[in-house]
Design a binder for this molecule. Structure first.
Ligand SMILES: [Zn+2]
Length: 82
């Protein structure tokens, strides 16, 4: 039985992707091969939720609106502070 999973770049949506090893937590890392894409590597799931693109956007938006790190963490229950 063959399983096929289509992977696209989270930034440009391109399908020209290659595997690029694994993280220290053994999660597969990928690299976008589009010439003009700003994303170099990405993973499909992150251990630290703050690295996910949707959460990262929220953090940047709150930082622009002069929210502190603790205020940002309180607003989002998904973000862990160590
Ligand atoms: Zn890309």
């Amino acid at each position: 039985m063959t399983c096929y999973k289509e992977i696209s770049c989270p930034t440009c949506g391109g399908h020209s992707i290659m595997k690029l090893g694994r993280s220290t937590r053994r999660v597969q890392r990928y690299r976008c091969q589009q010439q003009d894409c700003v994303t170099k590597t990405f993973m499909l799931e992150y251990y630290y939720k703050a690295y996910e693109p949707s959460i990262k956007e929220q953090i940047v938006e709150m930082a622009i609106n002069s929210s502190g790190i603790r205020d940002t963490a309180r607003a989002s229950t998904l973000i862990k502070i160590r």
